[in-house]
Design a protein around this ligand. Sequence first.
Ligand code: ZN
Ligand code: ZN
Length: 287
Amino acid sequence: MGKKNNQISIIFWGVRGSTPCANKENMVYGGNTTCVQVTIPQSDELLILDSGTGIRNLGNRQNGNTKVRGRIFITHPHWDHIQGFPFFKPIYGSKNQFEIHMPEQEDGGCKEILSGHLTKTFFPVTLEMIDANLKYVTQSPEKVEYDGYSVEYMLANHTTNTAIYKIEIDGTTIIFCPDNELEPEAIKAGRDYYAKLESFFEGADILIHDGQYSLESYEGKHGWGHSAWEIVVDFARQAKVKNLFITHHDPDSTDQDLAELDQKLQRKYAPFFNTIELAKEGTQLLI
Ligand SMILES: [Zn+2]
Ligand SMILES: [Zn+2]
């Protein structure tokens, strides 16, 4: 069995949006796509958010464990959120157990979507070839209690049914929202959805939010499902979020671009948050 933790922690295994980018100018913030691990105090269960290519490194860390169990909450099945799944080695251990959760999609529930993606046409491994005991859960938004934490979600403003997961662990709230388009005009116009979203975010301890673009690069990309960081910062301030981590970095944003933005965020907005920074692959936050 795995080691038990006494503290909540968050590990960023992948913070890149859209596609992995294995270029040397991306290595500081990281080139793997979305995957975040949350550790639950006194639990050896793996809690994983999304299975982008970052999940491969997470899986490789489990080598010493003969019995691995956990839950993977997938926000939505866009490639950058599921591409790492067949490279997550613990799914090939027959003693391991995982539940895979995903909101219902137009083409079906969690199992239909994953098996549709893992066919011989697209990849050599199919779901039938996976040895671990896997359960597929088509998740509904209502709060569900698990061992030591609860999960609920609200739908994002994205191009397919996409969860914004809220995880609560002993009074600490972590919101995971890697793909969500905050539309400046609709927010200004007071559209209902944004009032609901603001109250969903209200007072969150940790918000991990899509900020793939700047207002400048967002021009011409309205409706693509991603946010400009300026709007994310304003929205999070409005919702009194305590710690904001911006993620889903554009594959064309270099380390230099991101480091400059990181400094700017801290210079301008540090007084309004306990933490405001860009998510960086390999970082572990202790809460
Ligand atoms: Zn994405
Ligand atoms: Zn997406």
